[in-house]
Design a protein around this ligand. Structure first.
Ligand SMILES: [Zn+2]
Length: 128
């Protein structure tokens, strides 16, 4: 069942609200940026995401094909979400007050984007 979560960066400049159901799944990925930033995301439509504050604090990092905007707080460096078109990807570890049990129980799908492979998960995922 979808719940409304409050989320934020570390310093609190960036705050958002997201309607999501962690039981519907989360994802991790082995691509260059996901690996370096230990990404753990839940994908939701933009209509289920609301930026409450911090637009002026948000940086925008893009690389490669520049399809995704990797947003980050210019003050504390935390990356609360990414955006691409009408999709948002929220860092589940930026949800405030989330019950650890919900995170433990959330299914995780692994993407092998290091090899541009959307069909099969990477052979090894323990280090991601
Ligand atoms: Zn911050």
């Amino acid at each position: 069942m979808k719940k409304t979560y409050q989320g934020s960066c570390h310093c609190g400049a960036v705050r958002f609200e997201a309607d999501l159901d962690l039981a519907q799944g989360t994802f991790r990925c082995n691509c260059s940026i996901c690996f370096k930033t230990r990404t753990w995301l839940a994908g939701i439509p933009a209509s289920d995401f609301r930026l409450l504050s911090g637009e002026q604090s948000l940086g925008d990092y893009q690389f490669g094909k520049k399809r995704i905007h990797h947003r980050f707080c210019r003050n504390c460096g935390v990356r609360p979400f990414s955006q691409s078109g009408d999709q948002r990807a929220v860092r589940v570890n930026c949800l405030d007050g989330v019950d650890p049990q919900e995170l433990i129980s959330a299914p995780v799908k692994y993407f092998d984007m290091l090899h541009d492979n959307v069909k099969t998960p990477p052979a090894e995922t323990r280090h991601l």
